[in-house]
Design a protein around this ligand. Structure first.
Ligand SMILES: [Zn+2]
Length: 369
């Protein structure tokens, strides 16, 4: 399926930026009414878009959805981000932030295939105004599992309590997890012609990436049919297609390390050589549309290779990786994440006898040949 979409050409310096904004509005992802959250005021919107009042007014007149009164409009944050990302303005905050966050895609992919050590620090807190009411409460965050891709955990402490399943849990005080984690990657290529065919269904020439409520991504057809292939939606769709074609496959949820603590999802499929291949069409789309100078070999690395920028968890793409309950109700906790790369080249501790072949036999529910 093709949407015939072509990325908006960046405007000439000093040229007509309005055209770029209007073109972006034309193809803006439609977020259904029940998932919209129009809370961003006009002043904050102008700070994000950096387009100036006349262009914002033009966008409103041209159909940019909003609540609030005229002159005091309220916008959905995802709309503003997505509108900016494909505006071609080059100056909006989302465009600049994304370019900065994707700098690691400039490196030769070989830098993504070796162990890399990270300082990891995550604190959860309650998003209710005033914090948790009295009574029982608990907290949950998916356990980082660098072992899935032959990385290892140098240290990991969780306060106040640690669960031993695929989630770290605590009850009582907010959860704090910290440690040193070593991710790993390996160059792999897809052998099966059929798998190649399936995973190439979402080329970056035809699909965009966008931010949206997670619940919308759980309905892949609603998103993919609009010409958007964000990570959760695209991997759920591809996993189903791989399984239908007879290849064991699963989706994998995790985090992109050192990149705005963004949660991410990708596909794992067992190839005809019996080796699990990691497939990440959303990364390929991000590289092609939003990275300043993606390495020419980066996209190929997204089709087969686990990368040391990914921290796997035991969860599937459509499972939440954080949770909180208090006052008898569940909510998504606020989180403060600090993940920074260490300069040293880590070496595997002698006590760690795992090997890369663990990938196909890992007992966290991973796919097996
Ligand atoms: Zn709470």
């Amino acid at each position: 399926m093709s949407t015939g979409y072509l990325p908006a050409a960046p405007p000439a310096p000093g040229g007509d930026t309005l055209t770029g904004w209007l073109r972006s509005l034309d193809v803006l992802l439609r977020i259904p009414a029940e998932l919209r959250n129009e809370q961003v005021g006009r002043a904050v919107a102008l700070e994000m878009l950096r387009c100036g009042e006349p262009i914002l007014d033009e966008l409103i007149a041209s159909g940019l959805l909003h609540g609030g009164e005229r002159g005091a409009e309220l916008f959905d944050r995802f709309d503003l981000v997505n509108l900016s990302l494909y505006s071609g303005s080059g100056t909006s905050v989302p465009e600049e932030t994304m370019k900065f966050a994707l700098r690691w895609m400039h490196e030769h992919p070989s830098s993504l295939f070796r162990p890399r050590a990270w300082d990891y620090h995550v604190e959860l807190s309650c998003d209710r105004p005033g914090g948790c009411p009295t009574g029982e409460r608990d907290w949950l965050i998916a356990r980082p599992q660098p072992e899935v891709y032959a990385g290892w955990t140098e240290s990991l402490t969780v306060e106040p309590v640690c669960g031993d399943g695929i989630d770290l849990r605590s009850d009582g005080d907010p959860l704090l997890a910290k440690g040193v984690l070593v991710t790993n990657g390996e160059h792999r290529e897809i052998r099966s012609a059929r798998i190649r065919e399936i995973v190439s269904e979402y080329p970056s020439a035809d699909y965009r990436w966008a931010r949206m409520p997670e619940q919308l991504q759980w309905q892949p057809e609603a998103v993919l049919s609009q010409g958007y292939a964000p990570c959760i939606a695209v991997t759920l769709d591809l996993a189903a297609k791989c399984r239908a074609a007879g290849f064991p496959a699963r989706t994998r949820r995790g985090w992109i390390m050192g990149m705005l603590d963004l949660a991410h999802s990708w596909l794992e499929v067992v190839d005809e050589d019996g080796i699990v291949k990691a497939v990440d069409p959303a990364f390929a789309i991000l590289a092609d549309h939003h990275s300043e100078r993606p390495h020419p070999e980066f996209t190929a690395a997204c089709y087969g290779s686990p990368l040391n920028r990914l921290m796997p968890t035991g969860h599937e793409a459509n499972n939440p990786i954080m949770g909180h309950t208090c006052g008898g109700a569940a909510s998504t906790p606020k989180h403060r994440t600090m993940i920074t790369s260490q300069d040293r080249q880590p070496t595997r501790p002698a006590s760690d006898t795992s090997t890369r072949s663990d990938l196909s036999t890992h007992d966290d529910g991973g796919v097996t040949p």
